[in-house]
Design a protein around this ligand. Sequence first.
Ligand SMILES: CC(=O)SCCNC(=O)CCNC(=O)[C@H](O)C(C)(C)COP(=O)(O)OP(=O)(O)OC[C@H]1O[C@@H](n2cnc3c(N)ncnc32)[C@H](O)[C@@H]1OP(=O)(O)O
Ligand SMILES: CC(C)C(=O)C(=O)O
Length: 519
Amino acid sequence: MIIYKEENEIIKKALENLDIPDRVYIFDTTLRDGEQTPGVSLTPEEKIEIAIKLDDLGVDVIEAGFPVSSLGEQEAIKKICSLNLNAEICGLARAVKKDIDVAIDCGVDRIHTFIATSPLHRKYKLKKSKEEIIEIAVEAIEYIKEHGIKVEFSAEDATRTELDYLIEVYKKAVEAGADIINVPDTVGVMIPRAMYYLINEIKKEIKVPISVHCHNDFGLAVANSLAAVEAGAEQVHCTINGLGERGGNAALEEVVMSLMSIYGIKTEIKTEKLYNISQLVSKYTEIKVQPNKAIVGENAFAHESGIHAHGVLAHALTYEPIPPELVGQKRKIILGKHTGTHAIEAKLKELGIEIGKDINKEQFDEIVKRIKALGDKGKRVTDRDVEAIVEDVVGKLAKEDRVVELEQIAVMTGNRVIPTASVALKIEENLKKSSAIGVGPVDAAVKAIQKAIGEKIKLKEYHINAITGGTDALAEVIVTLEGYGKEITTKAASEDIVRASVEAVIDGINKILAKKEKS
Ligand SMILES: CC(=O)SCCNC(=O)CCNC(=O)[C@H](O)C(C)(C)COP(=O)(O)OP(=O)(O)OC[C@H]1O[C@@H](n2cnc3c(N)ncnc32)[C@H](O)[C@@H]1OP(=O)(O)O
Ligand SMILES: CC(C)C(=O)C(=O)O
């Protein structure tokens, strides 16, 4: 695995003299804070399946839920606890006896108990004094410890709490038996420099492991988590796909890959499983992963720009910080408006088509032109589109062998007009015009061509396939024509079905006429 701290002079210098842990513990809260994503509600079966996958992934702690919240939650947490997973199973509890009892009854290994400490929460939500808050916290921690269960204590809204008071709360929590102290940035107001400062201050006074829980209200959850680690935090709370309240929590995949690939910090995560679990969580939560999401987004390792694709084809690291396989993804070369010839050549090779063997330079140039034209219409060009374009270009007779060329076509259709088409064809050196009506614009266009060509060539079969979805899909038309004792099947592809139909028919006519002349 590439480690930027070792290879990049700037990062190496920036991290010099920091006391960064060699190993960071990953506390996954997808099944608790992740499930607090508005609109998300997982069934016990889904929670159990995700927990098994999280364990497989290698997270150290699974916060399986908030036991007191519902009977379904308790059922899921009990089942998860009975699975004997490698990860420690944690349940959230307010600093309330009832919450703690329910969590104990579920059989969790760790109870994450919390109480808000900031002036705002003290005054408006809890209506409690500073002293009362400390008393409630201490009582809850002692009660959990009496049951022989590990305690993680959070001062909710820690980052908006007076620093002296916050440290006092944490000191009292540790004295009461808290095994680990969590620092939540509940509404995501921290900036990395402030988070570094805060953790540094807490570490001067608190000697149990420090954890952070960062929200993403300003898009800084991952950066703040990393700043906390730079200051010595040993555990990070995160969720798959960054799910969580409001803007979400620090995304596990981003935290883990940054820790491992940039800082060279050890975690137990099997990174090649990241993409799969991201997909599973997305499926069950019905929250789509944005395509440009780091690490697990569909575009995280996709390249369309000609210059990037050229670079990546020469050496993947030019435009990829880590190999896609490291996180279970695949590199994708996307063809479209910004594509260059190197990428198209590589895509054709991938599809088994070689320049100089299967297609000539002229055909390649035509394929490039067609792909860029399709991209210009705002389309993402799929492999099937490329195959259809290649078949279309390769299947066409060379210009000098063609007898009939389409000079012009116009179609008219609507709800109050009879579909009508007029065509102008150049047949050898003569211009022939004709028009026809039909049941629709395609029928009218094909009939107009037939009229211009004469009775001797007939359309026997006609099929149309949309290659990709959408009204702007590339359509492939396959026609069988009969004439002069021959039967010819040809195809053409275009985003315009009338054009595709006309091109397929004219190509077939040319092939029949060419054959006729040769025979
Ligand atoms: C920052 C976070 O993410 S915290 C976790 C948030 N997650 C959730 O709330 C999801 C699950 N929650 C629930 O199912 C419910 O809110 C329950 C079961 C926990 C509580 O439900 P209810 O008893 O009906 O109370 P409700 O949710 O309306 O209000 C919260 C109560 O808890 C109190 N409270 C809030 N946090 C704490 C705390 N850490 N310790 C003690 N009491 C607390 C509030 O003051 C309020 O008390 P009140 O009823 O005496 O006024
Ligand atoms: C319970 C705590 C850690 C929390 O979720 C928060 O403060 O965001």
